[in-house]
Design a protein around this ligand. Structure first.
Ligand code: SD4
Length: 331
C-alpha cells in the first residue's frame, strides 16, 4: 500500500503513550527557558515531517516515546524513506540526474548547532547517516561527491546501486524528449525534512533527498544546505523545506523562518512569510512548488506552501496526523 493512501491515524491510537509531564526543566539554563518549557507540556515530544510520510514519523515517534533524543529520532525517521524504493525522491530508488546517476543530498543539525552534510553523493543509500558522521567525526560540515562517498566507505557504509529498474525505465523514457520540467508535487515530491523535540525539550532536524529529477549532473539544491533546506536553533525552533531548492536557497528559507519565530512569529506565520518572500521574488511565474514546515520551542507547528497538494505529518501524544498545508494558490 502506498504511504499516502494510509488513513489518518486517530488521536486515540496514540493517546496515552506519554502520560506525564514530558519536559525536564531542570537542565534549562535560565528562568525564561523554564517558563517556555512549562507551556510545552502538552505538545512535546513531537515530530513533524514534510509530506505524508507516516512510516517515517512513526519511526521517529517510537524513538521519542522510548525516551530517545531528537537527533536519533530524526535520523532514524528519515532513514525509513531513504530505504523505501517506492519513494523516488529520496535515497535508494530516487530518480537520477540526466546522465542516469542517482546523487543524494542530506544534512542534519542538532541542539548545539552542530551540523553535517553530504552533497551529490552516489552509491550510498543512507546519506543522512553519512551526514551525521561528518558532523560527529570530522572537523568539517560538508563533504561532496567522491570525497563524501570515500568517507562513507571508510566509515563502513556499503556500496549499493541506487538506480532501481522503475527509476531507470522512467529516465530512459524521459530521455526521448529530455524536457526538463519538474512536475509540481510529483517530480519534486517527498524530499523528507523532519524536525523533532525530545523529552528534554531539545530540537534536532534532518533533511534528505535525491534532488530534482533529471537535474544537470552535479546540481545540488537546498536540502543539504544548512540555513536553506534545514535550520535549527535550540533556543527558538526549527524549519525545513521541500520543493524547488534553487528558490529556497535564494532566500535562505529555513534560517529566515527560524529568525522570524525568534522575533515572535508563530511557526505558521513564519512559514507564510517565508513562502511570501519567495513569491515576491517570482511575481507572475509561480509555476513551481515550495513548502515549509516549522516547529517552535513550545512544540507549536506550522506549514505553508505555494501550490495546493503539500501536506505534513505530525506525531505527538495527541495523535499521528496528516495536515494538508495551507497554500498561497488555492485548490
Ligand atoms: C531539491 N528541495 O533538491 C529538493 C527537492 C525536493 O521534494 O524538495 N523534493 O531542490
Amino acid at each position: 500500500m502506498k504511504r499516502r493512501n494510509f488513513l489518518k491515524n486517530s488521536s486515540a491510537a496514540a493517546a496515552g503513550l506519554i502520560s506525564t509531564s514530558v519536559i525536564a526543566a531542570g537542565d534549562k539554563k535560565n528562568r525564561s527557558e523554564i517558563d517556555t518549557a512549562k507551556t510545552t507540556q502538552t505538545t512535546t515530544p513531537i515530530v513533524i515531517a514534510t509530506w505524508d510520510v507516516s512510516n517515517a514519523t512513526a519511526k521517529a515517534w517510537e524513538v521519542l516515546r522510548k525516551g530517545g533524543v531528537a537527533l536519533d529520532a530524526v535520523e532514524q525517521g528519515v532513514m525509513v524513506e531513504e530505504a523505501d524504493v517506492e519513494n523516488q525522491t529520496v535515497g535508494k530508488g530516487g530518480r537520477p540526474d540526466r546522465e542516469g546517476r542517482v546523487t543524494l543530498d542530506a544534512c542534519i543539525m542538532d541542539k548545539d548547532s552542530n551540523c553535517g552534510a553530504v552533497l551529490c553523493m552516489q552509491n550510498i543509500s543512507h546519506p543522512i547517516s553519512v551526514a551525521r558522521k561528518v558532523m560527529e567525526d570530522t572537523p568539517h560540515v560538508m563533504l561532496a561527491g567522491l570525497g563524501a562517498e570515500q568517507f562513507a566507505y571508510e566509515k563502513g557504509f556499503k556500496k549499493e546501486d541506487l538506480l532501481t529498474e522503475k527509476s531507470k525505465k522512467e529516465w530512459l523514457e524521459w530521455k526521448k524528449t529530455s524536457k526538463y520540467q519538474p512536475v509540481i508535487n510529483i517530480e519534486n515530491h517527498d524530499t523528507i525534512g523532519m524536525l523533532a523535540i525530545d523529552k528534554n525539550g531539545d530540537i534536532a532536524g534532518a533533511c534528505t533527498t535525491s534532488g530534482m529529477a533529471y537535474k544537470i549532473s552535479g546540481r545540488v539544491g537546498d536540502s543539504p544546505i544548512i540555513g536553506a533546506g534545514l535550520f535549527i536553533d535550540n533556543q527558538v525552533g526549527g524549519a525545513t523545506a521541500t520543493g524547488v531548492g534553487e528558490e529556497v536557497v535564494r532566500t535562505v528559507g529555513s534560517f529566515l523562518i527560524v529568525e522570524l519565530m525568534r522575533q515572535g512569529k508563530t511557526p505558521q506565520q513564519a512559514c507564510e512569510e517565508g513562502v511570501n518572500r519567495i513569491i515576491e521574488k517570482n511575481r507572475g511565474k509561480l509555476n513551481f512548488q515550495i513548502g515549509f514546515i516549522a516547529v517552535n520551542k513550545k512544540g507549536e507547528t506550522g506549514g505553508y506552501c505555494i501550490q495546493p497538494g503539500f501536506s505534513y505529518r505530525t506525531y505527538n501524544k495527541d495523535g499521528h496526523i496528516n495536515t494538508p498545508s495551507k497554500s498561497h494558490i488555492k485548490a
